[in-house]
Design a binder for this molecule. Structure first.
Ligand code: HEM
Length: 349
């Protein structure tokens, strides 16, 4: 067995100053997460949730329910009864209010992470110092992302839901979801490999991550070319053929399915830690479901409920791909002080 989970490895490795118990979070985190971990979970749930509620704004045609920003209507930050937008004003304003919840959770997460890093300061080594700084940066990422989204959301309204800004709004959310996933995983015990995963496996996983990004970007191009590009009364479009774009997007998705299968098989062949293999199984399940939803929505003329499910699927896919990438590419997982057995590269010293 050339890789193992934190749990199983902890039964084989004697604890000590050089080789700490592997179920102990590194970087001085050491079982002192306090509220940081539950808040990181809440943050991730909220970040995925707002993608879906933001999608509902678009799919119910409520994007201009509040025609101005930051005010809802000129002269008022809240909707007013006389507005001609009807119920759309409540849908759009409700989503704006959710941003406040998101901001509160992001602030609380950052505070908890900073406190955690502060409590770990005694640990003292240079690498732990770098780890703490990295952790604080990760803790700040959701808040920075939410603030950027608030501005971008405003630009989206002010550009009358131009498909490029709608797409950018969605893509930034995917970046925040990925960052929030890394933060959460950072607060959990790492996936511990006995040896650095071999280069081919790392390359495959890097290819998987890049291809995921390409598929997601292409998805937003399909949306921007189709009927749900902004769902204003007369939505602007990219002017591309939605059918052709759908097929390019679907072809890239098929490549992604092939890569995900290859990664799943490769992780089993090299005896990767159980947690890495479990994550790749989750990824494959989410991806296959997402592809199925994609084909069905295409074949059924894009019913709103399936489009919303496809947006949720894209977010969950980003979570699972990030989890696999973290398990394989995160250098914290590789132990540098073992010889490489066949099939593994030596770790860099
Ligand atoms: C399996 C991996 C896939 C991923 C990660 C993915 C992701 C995405 C994303 C992110 C969007 C844009 C959502 C938005 O801007 O609101 C999108 C849109 C779309 N996708 Fe996929 N997709 C996948 C597979 C497929 C497949 C196999 C098809 C089949 C044709 C498909 C058909 C579509 C269509 C038609 C849209 C436009 C929906 C709309 O008008 O809003 N997707 N996809």
């Amino acid at each position: 067995m050339i890789g193992t989970t934190a749990d199983s490895a902890s039964t084989r490795r004697p604890p000590g100053p050089v080789d700490p118990p592997v179920d102990t979070p590194p970087d001085g985190v050491r079982s002192r997460e306090g509220l940081a971990r539950p808040l990181a979970v809440a943050n991730l749930v909220c970040q995925v949730g707002i993608v879906v509620t933001g999608g509902l704004v678009r799919l119910t045609g409520s994007g201009l329910g509040c025609p101005t920003w930051p005010q809802c209507v000129p002269g008022s930050y809240t909707p007013v009864v006389e507005q001609p937008e009807g119920y759309h004003r409540l849908v759009e304003f409700g989503n704006r209010l959710l941003t406040l919840v998101l901001t509160a959770v992001a602030v609380a997460t950052l505070v908890a992470v900073v406190r955690l890093a502060g409590r770990s300061r005694d640990a003292g080594s240079a690498s732990e110092g770098r780890g703490r700084r990295g952790l604080i940066l990760l803790g700040a990422a959701p808040l920075a992302g939410v603030l950027a989204q608030a501005v971008l959301g405003g630009v989206t309204v002010l550009t009358s839901l131009h498909p490029a800004t709608v797409a950018a709004h969605f893509l930034l959310s995917m970046v925040i979801v990925a960052g929030s996933t890394v933060l959460l995983l950072r607060l959990r015990p790492p996936t511990v490999w006995d040896h650095r995963p071999r280069a081919e496996v790392r390359l495959l996983v890097a290819g998987l991550a890049v291809t995921t990004a390409v598929v997601v970007v292409l998805g937003t191009v399909v949306t921007g070319s189709g009927p749900h590009s902004g769902d204003a009364d007369e939505p602007a479009r990219f002017g591309l053929d939605p059918r052709a774009m759908s097929w390019i997007h679907a072809d890239a998705a098929l490549l992604l399915v092939g890569l995900a299968i290859a990664v799943t098989v490769a992780l089993r062949l090299v005896g990767a830690p159980e947690s890495a293999r479990r994550r790749s199984g989750d990824l494959l399940a989410v991806l296959l479901l997402q592809a199925l939803v994609g084909y069905v929505q295409y074949a059924t003329d894009l019913p709103e409920v399936l489009v919303a499910a496809h947006m949720l699927g894209a977010s969950l896919l980003v979570v699972t791909v990030t989890a696999v990438a973290t398990a394989v590419l995160d250098p914290r997982g590789a132990s540098p002080d073992h010889d490489s057995p066949p099939g593994h590269l030596p770790s860099p010293s």
